[in-house]
Design a protein around this ligand. Structure first.
Ligand code: BGC
Ligand code: BGC
Length: 736
């Protein structure tokens, strides 16, 4: 028999341990336990509705009533390309937006935090004032993975500063056809580049330590084959064998997984006719089982809606295929209803649901979201800070690919020169940033803070005189140089596919006009992909592919003025004509204008006395002259026996009556033809004998069947023009 005294003690002990049991934080909230142990504790506590909520991702703008986050147990929110806070677009507005959703998640029974995602594809690019880096194609040109890692770290910092936990990046697409409007989102046309950058980018975002306050989750996208669609059609069909799919489109994912990427996004595209969102083999058998991807798969924006059948079957098919979280993004109540009925009808097993929810929760545990659900206002000052912009500027410098350089133009003098700066793109932050910048499709104008190309020139070499003109409406002909900035208008997915990558004719003509004035021309191309540049290249003394550099335009000036040598090399093959596209490194019959890996990596002049290099030839706009452009100054040959052979349309021989160094440009020899060429004529030239020389005594090598660009093809209307066109009249000719 127990003595009453003992009984009393026992009662006390029992009481204490029971209260302790209830007041103790549940194991899933214990940061000292492993994510797996925490999950093992949490999952069994969850109701079906709570599990479904974890798999649901609405866009923030679709949520009319914030309480839905609490009542529907919403597990994730995204902001799509143009979906910024309604209160404004400052970093603080974003932090407030984030916290408003998180507060609602914290009011749920289990207090499971939301994970919030954005498209930080070149910096925290939805936010005004964030540092915007070059788009991936430019990063590919740097071939500098440690720089890319630094960029990813900064991107993560700026995103985390606004509370946000996740970016839908890196895009490890391997764009195989420049018609595709998302070409710039990939690092380049080879799997090596996706591999070189995909992994380090993930490592940078996830910051080598997942639960640090400045690391966020990465997302390798779009799995798989998005860049391989037939004709480069966005969201199209990738028609390749499995071996080719794996060889070209998979390596980026292997590196991302190697670096513990927490999420993967499935692609809108199809593989041999089957939509990726429903592809069980590639999502589950390959990605999860074979490659051991342990994170979760997010669908693309309304991506499941594109599966055949009604919405109910879309939900069933995609989740059974292996999609874990659905970017709904609008009708989330409908999604929840359909998912619940699919589970109740046994169309989706509880095991599949538990697997999906486990994957999502493990990511949340790893990121430390349960411990730090809210934004840290102390980090707000990270957004757009100067140290970050300096790295972006370095990336701009290193991404520039110098495609052509005549002697004695670069580096430009830092003082005492009069420089015309021409073109809409020269002083326009929006154009130099491209798509996915503040707005989904990007926009022209002052969309955010940063340094335009013109401002960069003025900053780096303040002692020159700059005359800026949006177009060719200027009267100055006494300039020492012209820097002409041309390129594409911004675009993003769905709106960027092009059948014709020719430059706008106004840009082509503008450069020709300047050329006729005899001003040395430095052309900068702002574009998301290689464009057809033949005539512009011929008429430029320097040509730089600058891609979509982002907010730090002064990086361009730093190279032009010689503070840094050019470093970039092509991440893509540069085609001569649309008929060559698609063209990719490794193709048989590979004859691009510039090959993959090409780039001039020095500003130095050619060696004195070296043989002049024939860079291009063109039929001029009067149709009766051909210009040969060399890399250095030429002299009028005393030797009259130089013979050229011109062939028109494969058969007709065309006589050359004389040749002389151009008055407008000493690098150019002008040949007078015995008959007038017409638009559409295909002309080649051979140099068969003679003694053509450069001013420094170099001797031109013989060449044969060199393709001549027919400038008449660029001129609208008839080409019968009387003799040589004087520079002053050139604008009348084109009505500029
Ligand atoms: C794009 C994704 C993007 C998502 C969210 C989709 O339309 O394909 O790349 O992450 O939208 O904005
Ligand atoms: C989103 C995109 C999406 C598009 C579709 C945009 O706001 O950011 O990701 O594909 O809307 O309408």
């Amino acid at each position: 028999m127990i003595k009453p005294k003992f009984l009393f003690l026992l009662q006390i002990i029992l009481f204490i341990s029971i209260t302790e049991m209830f007041s103790q934080t549940p194991p899933f909230l214990d940061p000292n336990l492993s994510p797996q142990d925490r999950l093992n504790d949490l999952l069994p506590r969850m109701t079906l509705d709570e599990k479904i909520g974890q798999m649901t991702q609405p866009d923030h703008a679709a949520i009319q009533n914030l309480n839905d986050v609490t009542t529907l147990f919403i597990g994730s929110i995204l902001s799509g390309g143009s979906s910024d806070p309604s209160s404004g677009n400052s970093p603080l507005d974003w932090a407030n937006l984030y916290d408003s959703f998180q507060t609602k998640a914290m009011q749920t029974r289990l207090q499971i935090p939301i994970i919030y995602g954005v498209d930080g594809v070149h910096g925290h690019s939805n936010v005004i004032g964030a540092t915007i880096f070059p788009h991936n194609i430019g990063i590919g040109a740097t071939r500098n993975p440690s720089l890319a890692k630094e960029i990813a770290k900064i991107t993560a910092k700026e995103i985390a500063a606004t509370g946000i936990d996740w970016t839908f990046a890196p895009c490890v697409a391997v764009p195989r056809n420049e018609r595709w409007g998302r070409t710039y989102e990939g690092y380049g046309e080879t799997p090596e580049l996706a591999q070189m950058f995909g992994g380090v980018f993930v490592a940078g975002l996830q910051n080598d330590s997942l639960n640090s306050p400045t690391s966020i989750a990465g997302c390798a996208k779009h799995y798989m084959g998005d860049g391989g669609t037939t004709n480069g059609i966005d969201q199209g069909n990738t028609e390749v064998t499995e071996a080719e799919l794996r060889a070209i489109h998979l390596p980026g994912y292997l590196e991302a997984i190697e670096n513990n990427v927490l999420t993967v996004m499935s692609s809108y595209s199809s593989w041999n006719g089957q939509k990726m969102h429903g592809n069980h083999y590639l999502l589950t058998e390959v990605l999860k089982n074979e490659l051991g991807f342990a994170g979760f798969v997010i669908s693309d924006w309304a991506g499941i809606d594109q599966l055949p059948g009604d919405y109910h079957s879309d939900v069933v098919e995609s989740i059974n295929a292996g999609v874990d979280m659905i970017m709904v993004p609008n009708e989330y109540q409908t999604f929840i209803t359909e998912l619940k009925s699919a589970i109740t009808n046994n169309e989706i097993s509880m095991e599949r649901i538990d697997d999906a929810v486990s994957r999502i929760l493990l990511v949340k545990f790893q990121l430390g979201l349960f411990e730090n659900p809210y934004s840290d206002r102390a980090l707000l000052a990270e957004v757009g800070k100067i140290e970050h912009r300096n790295v972006a500027r370095q990336a701009v410098r290193e991404s520039l690919v110098l495609l052509k350089k005549n002697d004695n133009v670069l580096p430009l003098p830092k003082s005492g020169s009069k420089i015309l700066v021409i073109g809409e793109h020269a002083n326009n932050i929006g154009l130099q940033c491209g798509g996915w910048t503040v707005q989904w499709q990007g926009a022209s104008g002052k969309v955010t803070e940063g340094t335009t190309i013109l401002e960069g020139l003025q900053k780096v070499a303040a002692s020159n005189e700059y005359v800026f003109s949006q177009n060719v409406n200027f009267t100055q002909t006494d300039a020492d140089y012209a820097i002409v900035v041309i390129g594409e208008q911004p675009y993003a997915e769905m709106f960027g596919d092009r059948d014709n990558l020719e430059l706008e004719s106004a840009q082509i003509n503008m450069i020709r006009k300047l050329k006729n004035m005899g001003i040395p021309i430095v052309t900068i191309l702002i574009s998301g992909r290689p464009m057809l540049i033949n005539s512009v290249l011929h008429n430029s003394d320097v040509f730089v592919a600058a891609w979509l550099p982002g907010t730090e335009g002064d990086g361009i000036a730093e190279v032009l003025f010689g503070d840094f040598q050019p470093k970039g090399i092509l991440p893509v093959s540069w085609a001569k004509s649309m008929s060559q596209i698609p063209i990719n490194y490794g193709d048989t019959n590979y004859e691009p204008l510039f090959p993959y890996n090409f780039g001039i990596n020095s500003l130095a002049n050619s060696e004195v006395g070296s043989n002049p290099v024939l860079q291009s030839a063109i039929v001029t706009e009067d149709g009766i002259h051909v210009e040969l452009s060399f890399n250095k100054s030429m002299v009028n040959s005393q030797n009259t026996n130089a013979t050229f052979q011109l062939i028109k349309n494969g058969t007709t021989q065309v006589g050359v009556s004389s040749f002389v160094v151009s008055e407008a440009n000493e690098n150019v020899l002008v040949l007078a033809l015995s008959e007038r060429m017409s638009k559409g004529d295909v002309v080649t030239i051979s140099y068969q004998s003679g003694n053509l020389k450069s001013a420094d005594g170099g001797i031109v090598d013989f060449f044969s069947n060199f393709e001549i660009i027919n400038f008449l093809n660029y001129i609208a209307g008839i080409n019968i023009l009387p003799g040589k066109v004087e520079a002053e009249h050139f604008s009348d000719m084109f009505g500029t």
